[in-house]
Write a protein that binds this ligand. Sequence first.
Ligand code: PLP
Length: 405
Amino acid sequence: MTSTATAEDYRDRFVQRLSQNMPGRKEFVIEHAEGCTLTDAEGRTYLDMTSGIGVANVGHSHPRVVEAVQRQMTRYAHVNVYGRFVVPEQVEMVDRLVAAAGPGFDMAYLLSTGAEANECALKLARKVTGRPKFVAFERAYHGRSFGALSVSWREEWRTPFGPLLPEVEFVPYDDLAAAAAAIDDRTAAVIVEPIQGEGGIRVPSDDFLPGLRALCDAAGALLIADEVQGGMGRSGTWFSHQHWDVVPDIITTAKATGGGLPLAAVLSQAERFATFSDPPLSHLTTMGGNPVACAAGIAAYDVIVEDELLEHATAMGEYLRAGLSALGPNFPGMVADVRGRGLWCALEVTVDANPLVNRMQELGVLVGSVLNQSGTIRIMPPLVITTAQIDTFLTALRTAMAEAA
Ligand SMILES: Cc1ncc(COP(=O)(O)O)c(C=O)c1O
């Protein structure tokens, strides 16, 4: 930062100038981020167990991502979209995403954010099927734009912005009978987080996603897997639905896809995307697939492969959950549940989670809550975390819980 403004100036101007939905003055002025740590303007270092809510999967400022961004910036940043130029970075990025998605996927549309990816997926489902209705799940979160909001669950965040999409039916997550009753011949798509993020890192029963697949097939509806939070190795597989034997029709991914820069994708098949060409230009975005974001995304993807971060996330996730589960007996009645897959974990407590989260920050460890489930502490560190760093986190958590007990 070249400005001479002090951290205190920034604290003041931040609340004066930036529209914030979260009331209150913010104390943490960010100075630097590297690997699994953040440093504030006063030089204090924190262990980041949030990854910027699932973005920094390869860690902050990964040298290979930084180098790729610098290299791309010297070539070009933004040129033109809408198919005017061939952008090699986009081709390389999509090749990787299609490989990660596996059989059933041969094409992607690139965007910038998770909400945009879900907007595109919902439009694609309507265009392909010609049907109006969507089925979504209780506790789901898909973003804040109108379409994404229409299929997101919490009513207090939807109602003030109505009318939204007219035919959306919410059913309980992990309840196949309820889904069966809702999915019919008017259903364009079922949109599901294969593991729910903002709903509290909820891992469904083993028959849920294969069951949804069968229900969609029977009704001629598409299955959209929202992997915005669960993608890019977070749960120990490229995409979280890959823990089960199920192939969705459409995958949406964002957050970690751009290695820290805004990049999102809708993955599906060429014949479905062809419907957007009738008439041509039926879906557009100026910044989607930005070459610098693609260069960062390519580097991040390659880091995950070369450093075997899927395997590492699986191993570290088991170590982390074992440590969390071991806390329970020391704090009788305080731990309601420990769950998750890979490095995507929830600790559900029976006390107010917010003071614990705040105390952890004072102790130098950043954790978070989730939007649609109170009492849940979200733990999703960069996939490069070590056992020593997990031990540091567990020590701080033990201290905070002992004080709260
Ligand atoms: C599952 C899921 N879908 C969509 C979104 C929206 O993504 P964005 O904030 O990039 O619009 C989020 C954001 O947290 C998410 O967790």
